[in-house]
Design a protein around this ligand. Sequence first.
Ligand SMILES: Cc1cc2nc3c(=O)[nH]c(=O)nc-3n(C[C@H](O)[C@H](O)[C@H](O)COP(=O)(O)O)c2cc1C
Length: 368
Amino acid sequence: MSLTRRKAIALIGGGTVFAASASTAAFLTTRTPQKALAPWDAAGGYDDPRLNALSFALLAPNPHNLQPWQVELVGASALLLHHDRAKRLPETDPQDRQITIGFGCFLEQMVVAASVAGHSVDVTLYPEGKDGPIAHAAFSEGARPDPLAGHIMQRRSCKEPFEDRPVAPAQANELELFADVYTDAPTVAALKDISWNAWETEAYTPRTMQESVDLMRFGKTEINANPDGIDLGGPFLESLMLAGIVSREVQSDVKSVGFQQGVDMYREMLMATPAYVVLKADGNTRTDQIEAGRRWLRLNLKTTEMGLALHPISQCLQEFAEMGQYYAAIHDLLAGPGQTVQMLGRLGYGPQTPRTPRWPLEAKRLDV
Ligand SMILES: Cc1cc2nc3c(=O)[nH]c(=O)nc-3n(C[C@H](O)[C@H](O)[C@H](O)COP(=O)(O)O)c2cc1C
């Protein structure tokens, strides 16, 4: 559950939490986790074309911002992309399907970034079989810059309510090149229903909720120490932490007022959705999942270019037992026989949200 300033205001009901002393107020002005955000400014600053492309790739969207990637430069012009197996989501992603989609996003962002420097990348998936590296990538001269590259730095997963206005039909049509787009009232209503029920199911299943709580980083110090997971930072949230209103214990306790208000805010956000995007695949192999990730990344860069906000919502696509009825419902609604819905997202007009933390490239290299 991501809580931003707007949500924090809702959480305290507009009331006064505590009277901040001068020293507390000064403390709260210094809460940006600069170290955790530094990889955004480091992107593009490398001489080796592989490192340069990787420095953008690691800004890709990925489930729970786990950043499960590890990279190994090979020879003068290739690299291997590995999965750090310590980074998984066994409760909500038992088959590593979403994690694999995240690797697809990473690979596509790497290829798009490489193109700007005139490099094409020949990607071979699972070169040593399904238990080996995710991909081998060979860089060579001779690509034309991909125009989507210009949107990497502004791309976000927008976890906010969207404005109460429909997605313009011309924009929806343009996006159909990238994904299935649903703007009609009956389908939008059905998807709101499924996505809300699925979200509640994950939130009220203790082991799946706890998986998220364990990945929450509370405040600047925790975020800088572990720049991944679900970052709860900024002056407002940190003031609530100081007041004991936001804490790991509160987030784990479904009976607490803080948890319940979080549920209300998530419902408000999910309902404030004028349209949805869907990526389906005819199969559900690792290759299908990587391909879905590559498509999602291009979609997310395109929505950024078009001034649209995009937010993945994956709960109803998750393969744990309690989610079964909503997994079936979304497939009944959207998928043909044998097809798997790989990604579902909210689409609309939303605010530009802050950058999310990343581990630096240097922390992800196996070859140094
Ligand atoms: C496969 C996949 C599934 C995701 N599922 C969700 C989700 O269910 N809910 C959500 O809020 N964000 C979801 N995200 C978005 C990530 O949380 C987000 O990419 C990450 O926190 C980094 O933030 P950024 O995309 O704004 O850079 C998903 C991303 C991917 C690639």
